[in-house]
Design a protein around this ligand. Structure first.
Ligand SMILES: *Cc1c(COP(=O)(O)O)cnc(C)c1O
Length: 393
């Protein structure tokens, strides 16, 4: 079984590029060039240098002693929370901004929901001196004021999406419209392993630095490069794709993907896409998505803004369908409790997205000598207000 992308841009039956004809030249230009550019020694050198000096990689693989004692197993945390800007998203935006420059683009567009990808994009645009336009739903602009302020400070122009539900999918539509109108000079930075081929594969490759580091770091700690389990939360799926990447074909390594159940999988207020979703087309790719009987996309809900996405990347749909990864879902309450537990056992305040992955430790039992690597995708500073309200701190 092949778990990676095939030459036509599909993971099994999922993926592809379902785009309006007017977008074809842009996507095709990227498709024809991305592997060639990523293979260039000069590109590799610049990418790796920035990951080291600007992002602060390698991120530590930390043995969480007290957490391990509590759950009677061996738990390592992959500390993406220590990256510049506080999460794994910067790995991808660094890669894509270098790609954009190699393709001669000098204008960058992006869409953002919670604002995390918008901030990571505005950051790399400032770093490279490129124009940055971020589309964001009007509702999200109001809900995520600190991230809007960050983007503006970094020099980005934030344009509100005023149509539809005025959230992420409407911002995506605006970004696509912009790209159609500016095919020559503009690159569209997508923030997860979603979108038309080649985006899911390109983003997975940029994020694959995570599993590459896990291999040698685990060798240092445990004299093996192979964990028994890798656990990661899944919104679109990029931190999970990065953490799994170099282990995809090694079926001795069990993969656990954690989705947000919101108020409960069957509550109608959830983002457990693979369990609830059916095959459909979103953001230019064929994948599992939450939809009504007549195919309208359902508004997702999660307490964590980063997991609040109605679809999931095509790689993950394939991992779900083939059973290569075990999909679990975690409610708001379970995630918040697990987040607070990490604070008090290890002195690390996790992003609420990452806290969903942590909640698996309570739900599933592991052998005492099992080696678990958990992707701590981001830090919780951005979530302080949510923690305060939830625990009445
Ligand atoms: C955006 C985000 C996620 C979800 O995105 P993926 O593409 O699924 O990784 C998870 N954790 C954090 C901290 C995020 O900012």
């Amino acid at each position: 079984m092949n778990y990676n992308i095939n030459t036509r841009g599909y993971y099994g039956e999922f993926g592809g590029a379902y785009i309006p004809e007017m977008l074809y030249p842009n996507v095709e230009e990227l498709r024809q060039n991305y592997l060639k550019v990523m293979d260039e020694p000069e590109f590799q050198k610049e990418f790796n240098q920035l990951l080291k000096d600007y992002v602060g990689r390698p991120s530590p693989l930390y043995f969480a002693k007290r957490l391990s004692e509590k759950y009677n197993t061996k738990i390592y945390l992959k500390r993406e929370d220590l990256n510049h800007t506080g999460a794994h998203k910067i790995n991808n935006t660094i890669g894509q901004i270098l790609m954009a420059k190699r393709l001669g683009k000098h204008r960058i567009i992006a869409e953002t929901g919670a604002g995390q990808h918008g901030v990571a994009t505005a950051t790399v645009c400032a770093l490279m001196g490129l124009e940055c336009i971020v589309y964001m739903g009007e509702i999200d602009i109001a809900r995520q004021a600190p991230n809007v302020a960050r983007m503006k400070m970094l020099g980005a122009k934030v344009i509100p999406a005023l149509s539809g539900s005025r959230t992420l999918k409407d911002a995506t539509n605006e970004a696509i419209r912009d790209w159609i109108n500016n095919p020559i000079d503009t690159h569209y930075i997508i923030g997860s392993v979603v979108g038309p081929h080649p985006y899911p594969d390109m983003v997975a490759r940029f994020q694959s630095i995570i599993s590459k580091e896990i291999q040698w770091q685990l060798q240092e700690h445990e004299q093996t490069s192979q964990p028994d389990y890798i656990i990661a939360c899944v919104g679109g799926g990029s931190n999970a794709a990065g953490a799994y990447y170099h282990f995809l074909e090694d079926t001795d390594v069990k993969l656990i993907a954690v989705e947000a159940a919101g108020l409960g999988v069957n509550s109608g207020e959830s983002a457990a896409t693979s369990v609830l979703g059916r095959e459909g087309i979103i953001h230019g790719s064929k994948t599992l998505l939450m939809q009504t009987k007549d195919g309208q996309i359902t508004e997702p809900y999660s307490i964590s803004a980063g997991l609040d996405y109605p679809g999931v990347g095509p790689m993950h749909s394939h991992l779900y369908k083939t059973g290569r990864a075990e999909f679990m879902s975690v409610t708001d309450d379970q995630a918040m409790t697990a987040g607070l537990e990490l604070c008090q056992l290890e002195g690390i305040i996790p992003a609420i997205e990452s806290a969903h992955a942590l909640a698996v430790l309570e739900q599933k039992s592991f052998q005492p000598n099992a080696i678990i690597v958990l992707s701590l995708s981001g830090r919780g500073d951005k979530d302080l207000e949510t923690y305060i309200n939830h625990f009445k701190l």
